[in-house]
Design a protein around this ligand. Structure first.
Ligand code: PNS
Length: 160
């Protein structure tokens, strides 16, 4: 059986939490599409190309991973790529409501698409890309929170 899963997100930037989720997902599927969602109503810190390059770097260009981006609905992208599983991380109860709604909506749009929630390592449960951006903007220490290549990209982006 060729199990294809999609791990969608903004990844702006990828954190150690994302890396942890990717590692866990790879123990369960044959191929993982790590997909950067293009959201025209958001002003990202990094371009889609930069985020894809960072994702490839932090996962050592793993041959089981496809690094992709998509416009529009995740359900349509999953159909296009024959993916049957969506992987999302659940860090805390506060994530649940949004994730639950999204999973239900995705099921409505694509009846055979299953959402699987993975829990990150406990020391990464508070981590988010937005907290990382804020800490980086003001020169905070990002050790253990992002891959060194991402820390370097943040430092360049914020002119440090
Ligand atoms: O990392 P994020 O920002 O929490 O990821 C959210 C993402 C990109 C997975 C979600 O917004 C998404 O799937 N966007 C594409 C549009 C879509 O299909 N939305 C859900 C059903 S309406």
């Amino acid at each position: 059986m060729n199990r294809i899963a999609i791990y969608p997100g903004s990844f702006d930037p990828p954190t150690r939490g994302h890396e942890d989720l990717i590692r866990r997902a790879l123990t369960m599927v044959d191929r993982l599409i790590v997909a950067v969602a293009i959201n025209p109503s958001k002003e990202p810190l990094f371009t889609v190309e930069q985020r894809l390059a960072m994702l490839a770097e932090v996962t050592d260009h793993d041959p089981r991973i496809e690094y992709a981006s998509f416009h529009g609905l995740l359900a349509d992208f999953a159909r296009e790529r024959d993916a049957t599983i969506v992987v999302r991380g659940l860090r805390a109860v506060s994530d649940f409501e949004y994730e639950f709604q999204m999973a239900m909506m995705n099921r409505k749009l694509h009846g055979s698409l299953e959402t699987v929630f993975l829990v990150p390592a406990v020391d990464l449960t508070y981590l988010s890309s937005s907290l990382v951006r804020t800490a980086a903007r003001f020169g905070g220490n990002l050790d253990g929170l992002v891959h060194p290549s991402v820390a370097a990209a943040l430092a360049t982006r914020y002119g440090r």
